[in-house]
Design a protein around this ligand. Sequence first.
Ligand code: RAM
Length: 334
Amino acid sequence: MVKRMTVLATLLLAVCMLAASAGEKKRFAFIFKSTGNPFGEKLMDGFKAAVEENGHEAILRAPDLPTAEAQIMIIEELIAQRVNGIGLAANDPDALQPVLERAMRADIRIVTADSAVNEESRLVHINQADPELIGRVQIQAAYDMAGGKGDIAILSATSQATNQNTWIQWMQEELKDPKYKDMKLVKVAYGDDLRDKSTSEAEALLQTFPDLKVIIAPTTVGIAAAGKVLTDKSLQGKVFLTGLGLPSEMAEYIKNGVCPWMYLWNPIDLGYLAGYALLGADEGVMTGTLGEYINAGKLGPKTVVSAGDGGTEIMLGAPFKFDPENIDDWKDVY
Ligand code: RAM
């Protein structure tokens, strides 16, 4: 009898423990800039993998248009749903501050990845690579492609995007070097990370600047749209394209010579790292303080370092160069 009771009690305890651990399943959300962006989808795949391998639930959201207002609405919904943490690629550095502060007051941890909010609105930012390097390397690529002289134009994402704007500032810095005296930045156009708008902006650049030598698109959506425009118009060898592109979308244009080379980092790893930062924040081991270490799963330990905006960040790595030699190794990965 006693034995049977012990078995029963043990069973009951096991059921209770299971229920408790099931009840502990937490919800972590990621909000990308907008829908329909394969880079954002890969980033969110990585985020989901990190959250799920730790037994929690991932909520993946993105507005139809890349605006701060649309992201504010999603954050409000997530606050109402009492999620445990939110990661986001922000459409504006400052406009989200009030709603993010409200989320933090409701005990929701906030980290950004890819595109930051200001340092008061987040615990930490997950940076893909050194922004200075990302900016400078694209101008250096344009210089090599143009043979050191000619008009260049930038086809960016939205005019408010924190990441693109920071990279463009570094491009402008690089252009101050006297070595670029024969190169002229004629325009910064904005395709808003929308395929159609990026296409028409690329076409407009070609029309307005008939002597254009290089288009730099520091956005995966923009560079793919420009790749198609230049290919359709058979402009390979006349107008060059470089910037930041997904190998899966750009392999064709790298091989046909439209885009001799470009750069990027692994968006899956970027999302995965954001997931671990948020999990660490929820456990209280990642407070965004300089020098802290976080466990980033298969990426190993990562350190919190200081960011260029007065806040802190965790760096994924260095940008990677894709060219005709290596593009086939990557085109099926992301
Ligand atoms: C687009 C987005 C994203 C950026 C990449 C390079 O997909 O604008 O924010 O990091 O390009």
